[in-house]
Design a protein. Structure first.
Lengths: 459, 306
């Protein structure tokens, strides 16, 4: 799965939920089953798709996203035999660096993966690179089958929609080696957050004494440390303050929340504390995501921080032990840990597509109940639609299903670094690395964040 | 001389062949390609450095704001310092090691053909391959370097790429490992052009190997040496690949160089104007260094046709 760009979090809620991936609010628990019981025809997407023919090219990223499209193509072509679909994949870095140029070129893909993160999506819209697909939303009745927060997220300032959400992910999840925990005599808080920071330190100390690196985390890769901060920030500051941070970067904001506030410094200090307590594997600032996963799969590290997608990689890599999961402790028990949700994985159509009719048909198929209930879970992804029968989740990894259960019960939280502008997120990883190496202090990083905030607020 | 002094009218032909118009014609395709793929994009980048542009839409003219911003930015000054350090260390390392290897091969040490092949081999490897290989070898948990150190003394292994004090040095050493073969080959060619009589006379005079290298060989190949130093300096100043693959400029910004800073500015922040400003400053600096260097070494022969 293309973790960096698909970064995290949003709302699924198969029988579940709603509320909150919109920048202004935290996700709240489901208010009841009534919101999830609507059952549109299973083949709505297929039947609603307009007549189409010709050729289209689809661009996505390697991993589960590619698996999903590969599985979808023959099924789509069975419905639209006159459409030939060609799949191209692009690595994350290449995508991030070139997608604007690719979408603006004459040889653009008709359908492209679109991550609704703060870096690229606004520029795609600003450049007019994506086709208005509001008609797909209308034809497929998506306002009724996606969580309201997702509908808000995908509705642009001009009221139109330029992409369709196809799946949800969440982070950070602590995946742990059950055998290592047993050997160290550590009891994991299965399926929920560690009760307190003291308990967390007792666990990590015991694991280290037992010969394990407690926690593997790819600190050299662009996003894992940022995801740790995504957890620490909302569990250190109040709900209201956190929501202010999601929007107070806008020019002219009158918010009084500052990154130099003691609660934010405390969140950053937690990273320094964990580093001092040797919670992280040695050399975390210099190991990348793949190396961190290798540490875990090889049994050298007892825990791995990753997202909902992590279990698929752990199994693919052949970890010779059972894996469980839990969540980090809250910095302040008054702000309990919730999973960070991201509904930003979607697909759009290039404004320069030669075959928008067939492209819209394919887009419609990707969000159809048929595809979402059968193909999406079969490759380990979590469907975006909330109206699917619970039995459709059978293909989803049981551990991911447990996490969904937790989300449905306790809600989730918006990922800070996917919401705020790149001016925060891009340098943040380096600043957090510097906390690990001692080159920066929590206070100095907080000051840098505040400087970015004030620059943006000035417009 | 042989061609020019032929007896079948070849002086006229030689004169024609060496005339400016002929060289102009054969240089034209290369000049066009250079203009299209180097000069015009470079000028475009300079122009872009005066604009605010995020990669789409219309660039907005901002005058010298991008340059003022650069001057005030710690990350730029840090990257500039790292780049200069990287360039100096890499150039010194590759040229010194290359010169020693070339001297050894020139004196036909045992298995000199093998050495020549083995030491030049890394030069032809893609830098990304080299970076990935050495990043793995230096890994604190799985790397072969640390495994060897661990067997010597369990306290010796270090997270080489995760410490600001060692990460840049590690990148430099890897780059030296890869590129020492280039000066070696060039300097070897220069050394082999030295008359054998000179070496024979030196041997009769009883000079040591070190005296032969410092007092005879290096002074005689000074123009070649100067050229190699300049090329290594230019390459090192433009370094990106090996640093990006090994550390991505981290931890923190301890290995950030101008190349990685340009990349982050353009593709991480979507600030193509700011990135172009860094590229412009970087180009001007290396151009100034090169011109000063050429001016200094011109008497030694560099920059002139033989």
């Amino acid at each position: 799965m293309s973790r960096p760009v698909r970064l995290l979090g949003a709302l699924f809620c198969s029988l579940i939920i709603a509320a909150g991936c919109a920048p202004a609010a935290q996700v709240t628990p489901s208010t009841g089953p009534s919101a999830t019981t609507a059952a549109p025809p299973a083949t709505a997407g297929a039947s609603a798709a307009p007549s189409a023919s010709g050729e289209i090219t689809v661009l996505t990223m390697p991993g589960q996203l590619t698996d999903e499209i590969n599985a979808a193509i023959p099924k789509f072509q069975a419905i639209h035999p006159d459409v030939k679909v060609t799949l191209n994949t692009m690595e994350v870095d290449a995508y991030n660096n070139t997608i604007l140029q690719v979408l603006g070129s004459a040889d653009t893909p008709d359908v492209s993966y679109v991550g609704l993160n703060a870096v690229l999506y606004p520029r795609m819209l600003e450049g007019g690179l994506l086709l208005d697909v509001s008609d797909v939303w209308d034809q497929m009745g998506l306002e009724d089958v996606l969580p309201p927060s997702t509908v808000d997220l995908y509705t642009s300032a001009d009221g139109k929609r330029y992409s369709v959400n196809t799946g949800v992910v969440w982070t950070p999840v602590v995946w742990y080696n059950k055998a290592a925990f047993a050997k160290a005599g550590v009891t994991a808080p299965d399926d929920k957050a560690v009760a307190s920071m003291d308990e967390w330190y007792r666990m990590t100390d015991a694991l280290r004494v037992a010969g394990y690196e407690p926690l593997a985390l790819g600190g050299a890769t662009a996003y894992p440390l940022g995801h740790l901060f995504d957890h620490l920030l909302p569990t250190s500051v109040s709900h209201a303050t956190f929501n202010e941070f999601l929007t107070n970067w806008q020019a002219g904001s009158t918010s009084t929340a500052k990154y130099t506030d003691p609660e934010v410094v405390r969140a950053l200090q937690t990273i320094a504390d964990w580093n001092g307590r040797k919670v992280f594997a040695e050399g975390t600032a210099g190991i990348d995501d793949a190396q961190a996963r290798a540490l875990y799969v090889a049994g050298k590290a007892a825990m791995l921080q990753d997202g909902s997608w992590g279990i698929a990689s752990i199994k693919t890599d052949g970890a010779p032990f059972d894996t469980g999961w839990f969540l980090y402790p809250a910095v302040d028990p008054a702000n309990p840990t919730k999973l960070g949700l991201y509904a930003g994985d979607g697909y759009g159509i290039s404004a320069k597509s030669d075959n928008p009719v067939a492209a819209k048909a394919f887009l419609s198929y990707l969000i159809s109940a048929e595809h979402q209930s059968k193909t999406t879970p079969s490759v380990g992804l979590i469907p975006a639609r909330t109206d699917l029968d619970p039995s459709t989740l059978a293909g989803v990894d049981p551990l991911n299903q447990e996490q969904l259960g937790l989300i449905s019960k306790e809600g989730g939280v918006t990922l800070w670094d996917s919401t705020v502008p790149a001016e925060f997120g891009t340098p943040l990883n380096g600043w957090l690395q510097s906390i690990l190496t001692g080159a920066e202090t929590p206070e100095s990083v907080a000051a840098k964040l505040q400087e970015v905030l004030e620059t943006l607020q000035k417009g | 001389l042989t061609v020019g002094s032929g007896t079948s009218g070849s002086p006229t032909m030689f004169a024609r062949l060496t005339s400016g118009s002929f060289f102009g014609v054969i240089a034209l395709p290369a000049a066009i390609l250079s203009a299209v793929f180097v000069l015009i994009p470079a000028l475009g980048s300079v122009v872009l450095s005066f604009f605010d542009w995020n990669g789409v839409g219309q660039p907005a003219f901002v005058g010298g704001a991008n340059f003022v911003d650069l001057a005030n930015r710690d990350s730029f000054r840090n990257a500039l310092g790292n780049t200069v350090l990287f360039a100096v260390l890499l150039t010194a390392g590759t040229v010194v090691i290359g010169a020693l290897l070339a001297a050894a091969i020139d004196r036909r040490v045992r298995a000199w053909r093998l050495f020549k092949f083995v030491f030049f081999l890394p030069v032809i490897l893609p830098m990304t391959v080299t970076g990935i290989f050495w990043a793995g070898a230096l890994d604190v948990h799985f790397g072969v370097i640390n495994e060897i150190l661990r067997r010597i003394d369990p306290s010796l292994p270090q997270p080489w790429l995760a410490q600001p004090g060692t990460a840049l040095v590690a990148c430099v050493l890897v780059a030296v490992w890869q590129f020492a073969g280039f000066p070696m080959i060039i300097l070897l060619a220069g050394m082999q052009s030295i008359s054998a009589d000179i070496h024979e006379q030196a041997t009769l005079d009883g000079v040591t190997a070190l005296q032969r290298l410092t007092a005879i060989t290096l002074p005689l190949i000074k123009p070649v040496l100067a050229t190699v130093v300049l090329l290594q300096l230019i390459w090192a100043f433009n370094v990106f690949d090996i640093v990006w693959v090994m550390t991505r400029g981290g931890p923190g910004d301890s290995t950030s160089v101008l190349g990685t800073t340009i990349y982050r500015q353009a593709f991480g922040l979507g600030d193509f104007g700011g990135a172009s400003a860094i590229a412009t400053v970087s180009s001007l600096m290396i151009m100034a260094v090169s011109l000063a260097y050429l001016r200094y070494f011109r008497p030694a022969g560099i920059g002139r046709l033989p």
